[in-house]
Design a protein around this ligand. Structure first.
Ligand code: PLP
Length: 414
């Protein structure tokens, strides 16, 4: 019976290739870090979510080993049958302390946490109000809920509905959505947003969002995947950056980025919400518990970050320096403070191909970066998205900047 589908998929896959939408994966032959081996060659990695350099940190590796020795390889159970160890409870406690929340519940990934969080809380009489550029997992999580939905234009806080220049479609601001949800008589209203948007590295205005939430009696849910561990002055997240830690009701985040980079995620926040999740969240009730090695190493990651801000401070310094020197060299850098640093190509002719050629030339120079083109980003917003890490030493940054300048001159863009 497969024959028909085989032909269909073969032709669809070919079409992806022709449209340059096929996703090719480069293969790394070493551990993740500032220096990696690709095709037998040592290159500097500037496109990992390894913000704090913890992915191969000796103390995390040691903690993972010890957890395997003491608590085994796997638990072969969901949490509520026989999949909860002491280290899972310890990790939940540590995450709550770190994020400044009342309680935390673990998931296999933040994708699962976002898939879990909306459906048990928001029913048909409720409203979910969501930023147009939210992560795929938030979008999917909202789809699973029966609640009414309002989508606001990315980052637009206003009480307006107007034509969006970029799309030609009508778009609303957050306050307009809140007003409409109120007028519709919704029981519970939640504003859901990424706190950092991964394509531009821009930050949700959590201060204004919390003010509006108060005004319209709404809850606030944020996804801190690109900020837990390093945003804010002690690395707690964007909620610390804006000093709104106790005004956020629900936080989801991942352990798969700055906090060790292996896997795992959580929902953290109000006590009753977390308790409700333990009883109702489907990816929690019907999916295996996170592996002891991941629990143990994530505890170590949080201990390291709680005892010293050295890594997040180094990341901040590295980010400032890279952004400053690249801007001074004449590159078109989207302004911001996040280690995600988009180098924009839109103002040059044939920008999509240029960004791809640029990234390929950088790899020849020993710098691993990736180009993003339409439809991953809007037309004319083609870019190379650099991600800075605390694992980068001065000489790594020097080499990357020098290579950018060399290739930039070669390709006539600076
Ligand atoms: C990476 C990411 C996720 C997914 O996290 P995983 O733990 O890898 O599933 C969810 N939300 C946002 C905003 C992300 O950037």
């Amino acid at each position: 019976m497969y024959g028909k589908m085989k032909d269909f998929l073969a032709s669809e896959l070919k079409s992806l290739e022709e449209q340059k939408l096929y996703k090719h994966e480069r293969i790394i032959e070493s551990a993740q870090g500032a220096e990696i081996i690709v095709k037998g060659k040592k290159v500097l990695n500037f496109c990992a979510n390894n913000y704090l350099g913890l992915s191969s940190h000796p103390e995390l590796i040691k903690a993972a080993h010890e957890s395997i020795e003491d608590r085994g390889y796997g638990l072969s159970s969901v949490r509520f049958i026989c999949g909860t160890q002491d280290i899972h409870k310890t990790l939940e406690q540590k995450v709550s302390e770190f994020l400044g929340t009342e309680d935390t519940i673990l998931f296999s990934s933040c994708f699962d946490a976002n898939g879990a969080v909306f459906e048990p809380l928001f029913l048909a009489e409720d409203a979910i109000i969501t930023d147009a550029l939210n992560h795929a997992s938030i979008i999917d999580g909202i789809r699973l809920a029966k609640a009414q939905r309002w989508i606001y234009k990315h980052g637009d806080m206003r009480d307006v509905e107007e034509e969006d220049q970029a799309t030609g479609k009508m778009a609303k601001g957050l306050e307009r959505c809140l007003k409409e949800a109120k007028e519709a008589g919704c029981r519970f209203i939640v504003i859901a947003t990424d706190s950092v948007f991964s394509m531009d590295g821009d930050i949700a205005k959590l201060d204004e969002i919390c003010d509006l939430a108060e005004k319209y009696e709404a809850l606030v849910m944020i996804d801190e995947s690109h900020s837990s561990g390093f945003m804010g002055k002690t690395g707690r997240g964007v909620h610390e950056h804006f000093n709104v830690m106790n005004r956020i009701d629900i936080i989801t985040t991942t352990f798969g980025k700055a906090l060790g980079g292996a896997s795992g995620g959580c929902i953290s926040g109000r006590k009753e919400i977390v308790e409700w999740m333990r009883n109702k969240a489907r990816p929690y009730l019907f999916s295996n518990t996170i592996a002891p090695a991941v629990a143990g190493a994530t505890i170590k990651a949080i201990d390291l970050l709680s005892s010293s801000t050295y890594l997040r401070d180094k990341l901040e310094e590295n980010t400032k320096r890279f952004r400053k020197e690249m801007t001074e060299a004449g590159f078109d850098i989207m302004p911001g403070i996040h280690p995600i640093t988009p180098i924009m190509f839109g103002k040059y002719p044939n920008c999509s191909q240029l960004a791809v050629d640029f990234a390929n030339r950088m790899l020849e120079e020993g710098i691993y970066v990736t180009a993003f083109s339409f439809p991953v980003v809007p037309r004319g917003k083609d870019r190379i998205r650099v991600q800075i890490s605390a694992a980068h030493e001065t000489e790594h940054l020097d080499k990357a900047i020098a290579s950018f300048i060399k290739v930039g001159k070669e390709l006539n863009i600076i």
